[in-house]
Write a protein that binds this ligand. Sequence first.
Ligand code: APR
Length: 174
Amino acid sequence: MPVTLLCGDITQAKVDAIVNAANTRMLGGGGVDGAIHRAAGPDLLAACYAVPEVEGVRCPVGQARITAAGNLPARYVIHTVGPRFEFDDDPPALLASAYRTSFELALGNDCRSIAFPAISCGVYGYPMAQAAEIALTVCLDQRYRQLEEYLYLHQQADLEAWTVYLPSSERAAF
Ligand code: APR
């Protein structure tokens, strides 16, 4: 399946699983986390509270958790926690793991399509170009190509930065 980059609001994505750039508490926040919770409604927060936590951590950095999606058009929200670029150890490995664990949960829940935001590229300060190269390397892994993959960028400039790292064979019209 192709990897499609597009500029838009991920809460509108018509896919089986929308990936959320969450934090380890998984109880909402700003950025795309806030947008997804606003669009999904209170049922999403209730589903997050139901995820077991250890000392306030429901999802460690680099891992992912899956919940129902409330009012969103998707079947699931996959909450993943990307690295804080200036703080966490080995940001490239943790960022790749955030994408990889999200893919594994999507495949494990019979999803046929998945939409990602630019994980860690906002509040968590990951430089867009470095994140794009890491993320697209994971997205192009043969294990995940059975999924329709969408990368939702919020700004046109971000979309153009990501497109640089997408092989020309994958470039959909945008
Ligand atoms: N659709 C698609 N992309 C979006 C949307 C949206 N509606 N809103 C924001 N984005 C983009 C941002 O422009 C950025 O490029 O998502 C990317 C990720 O930015 P953040 O949402 O700030 O996520 P992150 O950098 O991973 O920081 C996570 O921020 O919101 C809190 O609770 C969250 O503590 C966590 C931290």
